[in-house]
Structures are given as C-alpha cells and as structure tokens.
Ligand binder design. Structure first.
Ligand code: 4AD
Length: 460
C-alpha cells in the first residue's frame, strides 16, 4: 500500500512538540490538525493500533496509528527506535484513564518516513555487561547514540541551562564577558599537566586556565569572567578529571579575601535558584536527581582545621601514604570526598599552605605559612572551584617565579600588571562538568559533557 494524504482534510499546522497552546479535540469537538517532525522514541504495536512516542528535541508526543492502511505497509513494518518521520493528524485529549506526555495524543491520519533506522539501538544503548569497564567503554564508543537517550539528553539540556544561568547571573552582578586565547605560551597550574604543541616552530601550550589573561583586563573592563575550554594533560583516570573541560572563571578587582568567599557563595546559590525557578530546567533536574535540594549556608573551614578534622575521625581518614595527615599534605581526592560526604554540605575550604598552591597566590598577611586561597567542595564530587587572592606585589611575584622554577620572560605581560597600578584582586575557576556532576548526581564528569576527553580517549 502506498499511503496518500486525504485531500479533504483541513491543512495541517506544523508544530514543535513543546507547543502546548494547540486546541485539543475530544468526542464532541474536532481537534486542530497538525504536522509533527521527529523520531521514534518508543514503539508499541497492539492489535487495534500502533503507538509511537515521538521526540523532536523539544518534547514528546504519543502518536496513535489505528490498525489498517497506516500500520499494514512496508514503512510501518520497518519502524524502529530513531526512525525519522513526519506525522499528520488531529491532536486529542487522552481517553479517561490513559497516560501520555502532556495528556494528549495525535490521532494520525497520514505520515511519511524520512529516514529509516536499524533495529539494533536498544542492544547498543542498553547493553548489559557484568563488567563495568566494558560497559563504560561501550557507552563511550557509542556516545553519539547514547546522547539520544532520555537521561543523556536531559543532562545536556540542563547543562545548556546552567551555562546560560551563569551568564545571566554574571550580567546581573555586572561582570563583563571576555574571550581569552586557548593557545598560549605560559603555564598557570603547573608544568606536569601542560599540553604542549608546535606553534610555527615555537613551543606553545593549550591553556590550563584563562586566569592570567582575565587579570590583564580588570583595569579596562571592571569585573570580568569567561566560559572557555581549559586543557589538562592529566595522566591518571579519575571520576573528576578530564583532558578538556569547560572552565567558568571570574576575576574581581579591589576586593578582600572575604569578598571573594561571599561572591562564590552568592553566584552558586543564584545559579541554583535560576535552575529551580525555571519549570523546564527544574524538570530536567527532577529526571536526573529527584532528591536535589538547594544547599543551606556554606560551611567555612580552614585547611588546618580540615587536617585536624580528618585525623579526629574514627577511624582517622589517612593521607595517600596511609599516615595521619600533617600540615603541608595535599588533601587527596578520596580523603576530600569522604570529608565532604560526611559533612554533607558545601564547604569553602580556605588558607592552603603556600607550598602546595600555585605561584601566583597571595599569602595571608596574618599567617605567612598559608595563602588566601579557597576550594569549594560539594558532596558527591569534592572540589568544584579553585580560587584565591593574587599576589599583587611586583617583587614578591618575581621571587615567586624563581621559587617555582618558572622563567619570568614569557610572563612579561602578566608581571606588567604589578607595575601599572597593581591592586588587591582575586578570582576563581569553576569546572562546569563537576558542578553538573554535583547537581545532577552523576558518578563521573564523563557523563556531564558532550564528548568526554581523557587519557586514552579522543573519540568520537
Ligand atoms: O583549581 P584549578 O586548577 O584552578 C585554576 O585553574 C585557577 N587558575 C582558576 C582561577 O582562579 N581562575 O581549577 C579550577 C577548577 C577546579 O576546581 C575544577 O572544578 C576544574 O577547574 N578542573 C577540572 N575539571 C575537570 N577536569 C580537570 N582535569 C580539571 N582540572 C581542574
């Protein structure tokens, strides 16, 4: 049978599936005749009708094909998950007792298949393997198909919203957006994670952080921020390290350390509010993390107190060598996450020792062993933000390059900031993937970006 549209039917209006303003028909009233493009999300063939759940990236719609010409043809036999098609019909209220997205369904009178799909998708995306690593690898190899699923797409939509919520919040707070370069010749966070490449015969790097460039525009732009990619050659595989990640960074001029801490709490709270106050975004979050609650006030804790806290636990939470923590230890990922999970609220962890922090960080004038630095720790993930006040004294900065074995020449433009009207200032970087792993309760940052990059994976 070749399907034909009945010319006596009213002309169909093209709608997206999130359009809820269309009048619905019922037994007594005809509904609007519409035309919808999309792909099959779910398929259920019954004796009296075939039910398709159509998706178009905006919403879902139940479509009913009464058994007959519409179901007994070659195209209908080949229907599969992801078949692309356009369907025509009348939008109707659901019969009593039935459930479907938005309480409506399309009584289909005509359709055209636009792109067939093989029927193996279920097998790929629901592959059950007892081996977690094999399962993870299969999911990553098929990321381009996994992204079509309900969870992955909800997460990518939430991600878009969160990124825009940062933009909106920065605008509300009068920060200006700039776009620093990704190709650079200076390191920010240590040489061991630099991605080096050949830049027309010169050594160059993919940026680890836009911080130094943000600092250079404070004088002309006021408070500034950027949302750009950062790159780290992380040579270990963890739940929260990527080789390429989205870095939300901001820099604040003429501030004290406490202003930076207040700002961090404010921006995170405001972004969370924007998600929760938006029906659509809150809907995605509900799918992903139904128990999410806006955090209460952040706990402020000094590094030194954290060391004591770790040692006071029963049994004590040990350092990576299996010993009790001592002042000067890096608090490793596992210990940090355990602490955050037990305390179970956001923590502003401050005043890290000079030796374990980056060269540019300002020392605490009241305790020269430590820096005016902060990490924001979130339950389930641990560190999502790293920030600090910046060393604003010229001589001290020159000394810091030396101490850290960094040649000062490539940094001439950064050092100049300390010559031309230096100022007390500070800023931070927030990993968008980690923020989302916290909000959407994801085990790893690998599911919170479109196509994760980490050691051993650069495809698809
Ligand atoms: O603590 P980090 O290294 O700080 C900086 O880069 C500062 N220069 C930022 C600034 O002050 N403007 O990184 C900041 C944040 C971390 O807290 C984490 O959320 C994220 O960036 N991050 C990573 N996310 C995913 N994969 C990685 N390999 C990451 N490394 C850092």
């Amino acid at each position: 049978i070749v399907l034909k549209e009945d010319p006596s039917l009213p002309e169909a209006v093209r709608i997206r599936l999130n359009n809820k303003s269309i009048e619905l028909g019922d037994e007594s009233k005809k509904g609007t005749r519409v035309k919808v493009y999309g792909r099959i999300h779910r398929l259920r063939a019954q004796k009296h009708a075939t039910f398709l759940t159509l998706k178009d990236g905006y919403g879902f719609l139940q479509c009913v094909l009464p058994a007959g010409d519409l179901t007994k043809n070659y195209d209908a036999l080949l229907f599969a998950q992801e078949t692309a098609l356009v369907l025509y019909g009348e939008l109707k209220k659901l019969p009593a007792g039935a459930t479907a997205p938005d309480g409506r369904e399309l009584q289909v009178d005509y359709y055209k298949v636009l792109g067939h799909a093989p029927s193996d998708l279920d097998a790929i995306t629901n592959k059950v393997s007892r081996d977690q690593d094999a399962w993870d690898a299969a999911m990553l190899d098929n990321r381009h198909l996994v992204l079509r699923g309900e969870n992955a797409s909800a997460l990518m939509k939430l991600r878009e919203f969160v990124e825009l919520a940062f933009v909106d919040t920065y605008r509300e707070l009068e920060f200006r957006k700039v776009s620093p370069p990704a190709m650079v010749q200076t390191q920010v966070e240590g040489g061991s994670t630099l991605f080096k490449y050949d830049y027309y015969g010169e050594e160059a790097y993919l940026t680890q952080s836009s911080q130094l460039y943000l600092e250079t525009v404070l004088a002309s732009m006021g408070q500034v921020y950027c949302i750009e990619k950062s790159f780290r050659a992380e040579k270990s595989l963890t739940r929260r390290h990527l080789s390429e990640y989205t870095h939300v960074e901001a820099e604040l001029d003429f501030i004290e350390f406490s202003d930076l801490l207040d700002h961090l709490e404010e921006i995170i709270s405001k972004v969370v509010d924007r998600v929760l106050n938006d029906e659509t975004a809150a809907g995605y979050l509900k799918v992903l993390n139904p128990d999410f609650k806006k955090p209460e006030k952040f706990l402020r804790m000094k590094y030194e107190e954290a060391i004591e806290w770790l040692n006071k636990q029963d049994p004590p939470i040990l350092n990576e060598e299996g010993n009790p923590h001592v002042f000067g230890d890096d608090i490793a990922e596992a210990a940090e996450r355990r602490m955050t999970d037990i305390i179970n609220r956001p923590i502003l962890l401050t005043h890290f020792p000079v030796e374990i922090k980056a060269f540019y960080m300002k020392k605490d004038p009241n305790d020269l062993r430590v820096t005016e630095s902060v990490d924001v720790l979130m339950p389930g993930v641990g560190e999502i933000v790293g920030g600090s006040m910046r060393m604003d004294d010229y001589d001290e900065l020159i000394e810091a390059y030396k101490k850290n074995d960094i040649s000062h020449e490539p940094y001439f433009w950064y050092t100049d900031q300390r010559k031309y009207g230096t100022s007390p200032h500070g800023g931070y970087g927030l990993g968008l993937e980690r923020f989302l792993a916290w909000m959407a309760n994801q085990h790893s940052v690998r599911t919170t970006c479109l196509y994760p990059r980490f050691m051993g994976r650069c495809k698809p």
